[in-house]
Design a protein around this ligand. Structure first.
Ligand code: HPA
Length: 270
């Protein structure tokens, strides 16, 4: 694994030798985020040795290097989901590559279903903690000590200082921002009504099919993590509860300017 990562990193550094300070993972439907960036280099995943290929609509599948908020960043446009059939190791491979590229801070976004009844479609929720449900832990197997410890502490996976900064950025811009617990599930089915109820009782505020495995590996490697969910649909509601992928993509696109502002200012503050 570590040899593969080093080969991938060498390939990327040959194309883009500069060191990004932050990595940004774009969730489903977030397609215009990079329009506010000075783009210096784009590398399609299919050209990168050992990178998996993304298969889902709304995920274009490339690394974008450039400047955001005055800082060097690398953006993952398209991520790998466990439900696509990748192994947990494949899902987190890019996160490990980011760390070996010198990235210390990772900003993650995702589309998520609202569980908290105070949420509405289009809300942003800062993830303050998560519950991993029925997800394969990517650290299962022999521990690679060069990555991190056998039993990583998970008492503060989402950095409090980044959360505080993001809240301030949102308040200054007049952006209403929620905060809550993200439940990570495997998908690809959206939840049944009974499952949404269960997640609500368990203490969840939102539910989605990504992020948790990435965060575990980032924390394992000592990276500072910040994450936001775009609430794209509501699981707990009275009327009939049909959720479509198209609805999710559209809601994410509509909320994108708010998310872009927060990420940009957060990167500028690093
Ligand atoms: N459930 C799980 N994942 C999701 C949802 C949802 O309601 N919306 C967007 N991703």
């Amino acid at each position: 694994m570590i040899d593969k990562i080093k080969e991938t990193v060498a390939f990327i550094q040959n194309i883009y030798p500069q060191q990004p300070v932050a990595a940004i993972i774009l969730g489903s439907g977030l397609t215009s985020f990079t329009s506010g960036m000075v783009i210096e280099k784009e590398i399609p995943y299919k050209d990168i040795p050992h990178f998996p290929l993304s298969t889902v609509k709304g995920h274009s599948g490339k690394l974008i290097f450039g400047i955001l908020g005055g800082k060097k960043v690398v953006v993952m446009a398209g991520r790998f989901h466990f439900y696509e059939g990748y192994s947990a190791q494949d899902v987190v491979f890019p996160i490990r590559v980011m760390k070996f590229l010198g990235v210390e801070t990772i900003l993650i976004s995702n589309a998520a279903g609202g569980i908290n009844t105070g949420f509405k479609v289009g809300d942003l929720m800062i993830i303050k903690d998560h519950i991993s449900l029925f997800i394969v832990n990517p650290l299962i197997g022999k521990n690679t000590d060069a990555f991190g410890p056998r039993f990583p502490d998970m008492s503060e996976p989402y950095k409090k200082d980044l959360i505080a900064k993001a809240k301030l950025i949102a308040a200054t811009a007049g952006i209403d921002i929620k905060e809550g617990v993200y439940c990570g599930v495997s998908g690809p089915t959206f939840e049944t009504k009974a499952e949404y109820k269960f997640l609500q009782i368990a203490g969840g505020d939102a539910v989605g099919m990504s992020t948790v495995q990435e965060v575990i590996v980032a924390v394992h490697m000592g990276m500072a993590v910040f994450a936001i969910s775009v609430i794209t649909d509501l699981g707990i509601r009275e009327e009939d509860n049909i959720i479509t992928h198209e609805e999710v993509l559209q809601a994410a696109q509509e909320a994108e300017p708010k998310l872009t502002h927060i990420f940009t200012q957060l990167v500028a503050s690093l």
